[in-house]
Design a protein around this ligand. Structure first.
Ligand code: G6P
Length: 608
C-alpha cells in the first residue's frame, strides 16, 4: 500500500522518480506526486490520479533537481485528492515527505500541534509527521526525524527532504518495507527493489527501526538511538525484462501464460525422484525435527490463504500432520496457544503483508518455529522466518495473483512430500508424486491451450451479474480462488462454496441467469460433485464444468466443459485454477475493466 521512492545523485531526479513510481504503482494508484530540492527550495507536483497523469503534469509544469522524493498512494486517511496526495509539507513549505503506513496516534498529535499554532491542510495522518519534524529539536534533518519519530505510534516507510539540509534524503522504516539502492555516485530509496532495478542491482534492505541518511556521497544507517549500524548489500536476482510487458496487453495475462516457467522455477533443483522426496535446504528442518512436528498452522491472506487450504489437504494426506489454516488478520489478535510441536507456515507472495507478518511474529512469540513460503527474496517475512521456501516465480506485477498461486501450490506439494517422507510416507508413493511433479510444467502448458475456449465462454458470460463457483475437497479452495479472481478484476459478484454446502443457502440464488462454475477433476469426490451439478441443473443454473481429460462426457449436466490434463488429484488445483484465471481475465477485459489495477485494491497490503 503506497509506494515511496527517493533519488539523490548527479542526474535530474524527476524522470528517475517518475519511472520508479510506475514500477511501484501496483502498491496503490489513486494519487501520485513528486518533490525535489533545487535552488528555489522544495518544489512539488501532485494530483489525484495515476503516475501517467503526473507525468503529464510535470511535462506541462516542469521541475528539476538532483535530490527528490515520490509517492504513489492507496488512500487510508482522507479521500484521494490533490490535497491529500503526497508529498506533504510542514507549515513553511521548506520540508517535504512521503510516507507508507499509518500513524495511529495522528489525531492526538494533530490536535496538540494545532493548539501550538500549526496549520494543517490535509486530512492525512502523514501530515502530522511533517509538522512534528518542523518542531523537532536537532542540528541535522536526521536528528529532527529521529526526535519526531519518537513521538509517533504506528507504521512507516518514510523519506524526507528539507531545504535546510540540501542534497540529503532521510529515510526511516518501521513496519513498512524500505530499501536503499546503491548505484555509482547515486542512491535511491524505495519500497521495493523493482523501483531501483533499472539503476542498480545492489540493495540494502533496512530493518525495522532503521533510519538512513542518503546523500550523493553514500549512505549511513542508524538505529533509533542514532547509533551507526552495519547493513549488508544484497544483489537483486530479477531481470529487468521480467518487469516489462513484452507483447502482452496486461501483466495478468503475461503472468498467467508464464506459469509453465514459474512452476518449473519453483521445482527446479528441488525434486529427488529416485529418493521420492524433495530437497528443501532453506527450511532448516532436519528429518528428525520433521518427525517431531505435531501440528501445523498456516497463516496467510487473500490468494495465499486459498493456497493454504490446498496446503492443508496435501500436508494432512502426505504427512499425517493436522493443519489449521488461519486468516492472518484474525490469528494475530487471537490469544496464541503455546502448544509444543507447532510449526507455523506464513504464505505470502510479497513477503510484506502486514497481517501475515504480525501473525508470524505472534506465532514466534508463542514459541513456534516459523517457515515462510515467499516469492520476494529479502522481504520482511523471508528475513524474519526461521527458514523457508522461496517460490522463485519472478516478479508478479498484476494486482490479481496468478503465477504466485500456482507456485505456492507447487512449493506446498514439495513441502508436504518432504514432511511426508520424513514421517513414513512409502518410497513408492513419494516417487510417484515426485515424478508427476516433474511433469507439472508440461501439464500447465497444455492447460493453457484452453484459452481460446475460455475466451468464447467469457464473451457469453461477461454480462452476468453474479457467479457461483463450486468444488469439494481440494477443489473447494480452487472454487474460492476462481470466485476471488472474477470479483476482484471484473466487479461481478462471485462466491466460492463447497459444492454440497450449496444446498444450505446459495441454491436459493440459482436460476437461468446464474453461471455456476464447477471444479470437478477426476478424484474420489467426482461422483458426488456430479450429483451437486444435477441439483444446480434441476434449478435452471448454467454449468461450466472444469474437469479432466478422460473423465467422461458431462453434456447431460453441464452447458460447457473445460478439460485439463489428467493428473494425480493432489496436483489438480495447479491445473484447474488456470481456466478460472483465464475466465476472470477475459471477462474483465470484455467489460472494459482495468485488469492490472482493479479499483480500490493494491498488491502489497502493508497496512492492517
Ligand atoms: C492483496 C493482493 C492479493 C494477495 C494478498 C496477500 O490482497 O491483492 O493478490 O493474495 O494481498 O498478499 P501476499 O503478498 O501476502 O501473498
Amino acid at each position: 500500500m503506497c509506494g515511496i521512492v527517493g533519488y539523490v545523485g548527479s542526474r535530474d531526479a524527476v524522470p528517475v522518480l517518475l519511472d520508479a513510481l510506475s514500477g511501484l504503482e501496483y502498491r496503490g494508484y489513486d494519487s501520485a506526486g513528486v518533490a525535489v530540492l533545487n535552488g528555489r527550495g522544495v518544489e512539488t507536483r501532485k494530483l489525484a490520479g495515476r503516475v501517467a497523469a503526473l507525468r503529464d503534469l510535470v511535462r506541462r509544469a516542469p521541475l528539476h533537481g538532483s535530490c527528490g522524493i515520490g509517492h504513489t498512494r492507496w488512500a487510508t486517511h482522507g479521500a484521494p485528492s490533490e490535497r491529500n496526495a503526497h508529498p506533504h509539507a510542514d507549515c513553511t513549505g521548506a520540508l517535504a515527505l512521503v510516507h507508507n503506513g499509518i500513524i495511529e496516534n495522528a489525531d492526538l498529535v494533530r490536535a496538540r500541534l494545532e493548539r501550538a499554532g500549526h496549520r494543517f491542510v490535509t486530512e492525512t495522518d502523514t501530515e502530522t509527521l511533517a509538522h512534528l519534524i518542523e518542531d523537532a529539536p536537532g542540528a541535522t534533518l536526521e536528528a529532527r526525524v529521529i526526535a519526531a519519530l519518537a513521538r509517533v505510534e504506528g507504521t512507516y516507510g518514510l523519506a524526507v527532504i528539507a531545504e535546510a539540509d540540501p542534497g540529503k534524503i532521510v529515510a526511516a522504516r518501521r513496519g513498512s518495507p524500505l530499501l536503499i539502492g546503491v548505484g555509482q555516485g547515486e542512491y535511491l530509496v524505495a519500497s521495493d527493489a523493482n523501483a531501483v532495478l533499472p539503476h542498480t542491482r545492489s540493495v540494502v534492505y533496512l530493518d525495522d527501526g532503521d533510519i538512513a541518511v542518503v546523500t550523493q556521497q553514500g549512505y549511513r544507517v542508524f538505529d533509533s538511538d542514532a547509533r551507526l549500524q552495519q547493513r549488508a548489500v544484497d544483489d537483486v536476482a530479477w531481470d529487468l525484462e521480467t518487469l516489462a510487458l513484452g507483447h502482452y496487453p496486461h501483466f495478468m495475462l503475461k503472468e498467467i501464460c508464464e506459469q509453465p516457467q514459474s512452476v518449473q522455477s519453483t521445482l527446479r533443483g528441488r525434486l529427488l525422484p529416485a529418493q521420492g522426496t524433495a530437497r528443501l535446504d532453506g527450511l532448516n528442518l532436519s528429518p528428525a525435527r520433521c518427525a517431531r512436528v505435531q501440528r501445523l498452522v498456516i497463516v496467510a491472506c487473500g490468494t495465499s490463504w486459498h493456497a493454504g487450504i490446498v496446503g492443508r489437504h496435501v500436508i494432512e494426506e502426505l504427512a499425517g500432520i493436522p493443519v489449521s489454516v488461519e486468516y492472518a488478520s484474525e490469528y494475530r489478535y487471537r490469544k496464541p496457544l503455546r502448544l509444543p510441536g507447532t510449526l507455523t507456515v506464513a504464505i505470502s507472495q510479497s513477503g510484506e503483508t502486514a497481517d501475515t507478518l504480525e501473525a508470524l511474529r505472534a506465532a514466534k512469540a508463542a514459541g513456534s518455529t516459523v517457515i515462510g513460503i515467499v516469492n520476494v527474496v529479502g522481504s520482511t517475512i523471508a528475513r524474519e522466518a526461521d527458514g523457508g521456501i522461496y517460490l522463485h516465480a519472478g516478479p508478479e506485477i498484476g494486482v490479481a495473483s496468478t503465477k504466485a498461486f500456482t507456485s505456492q501450490l507447487a512449493a506446498l506439494l514439495l513441502f508436504a512430500l518432504f514432511l511426508g517422507r520424513a514421517r513414513g510416507l512409502p518410497l513408492r508413493e513419494g516417487r510417484r508424486l515426485a515424478e508427476q511433479l516433474g511433469e507439472l510444467p508440461d501439464l500447465v502448458a497444455r492447460t493453457l491451450e484452453l484459452e481460446p475456449e475460455v475466451r468464447v465462454l467469457a464473451e457469453r458470460y461477461a454480462d452476468a451479474p453474479n457467479a457461483l463457483y463450486l468444488g469439494r475437497g481440494i477443489n473447494f479452495p480452487v472454487a474460492l480462488e476462481g470466485a476471488l479472481k472474477l470479483k476482484e478484476i471484473s466487479y461481478i459478484h462471485a462466491e466460492g462454496y463447497p459444492a454440497a454446502e450449496m444446498k444450505h443457502g446459495p441454491i436459493a440464488l440459482i436460476d437461468e441467469n446464474m453461471p455456476v462454475v464447477c471444479v470437478a477433476p477426476k478424484d474420489e469426490v467426482y461422483p458426488k460433485v456430479i450429483s451437486n451439478m444435477q441439483e444446480v441443473k434441476a434449478r435452471g443454473g448454467r454449468i461450466i464444468a472444469v474437469t479432466s481429460e478422460g473423465n467422461g462426457d458431462l453434456r447431460h449436466v453441464a452447458e460447457h466443459q473445460l478439460r485439463v490434463p489428467a493428473c494425480l488429484p493432489l496436483l489438480s488445483p495447479i491445473l484447474t485454477v488456470i481456466p478460472l484465471q483465464l475466465l476472470a481475465y477475459h471477462i474483465a477485459v470484455r467489460r472494459g475493466c482495468d485488469v492490472d489495477r482493479p479499483r480500490n485494491l493494491a498488491k502489497s497490503v502493508t497496512v492492517e
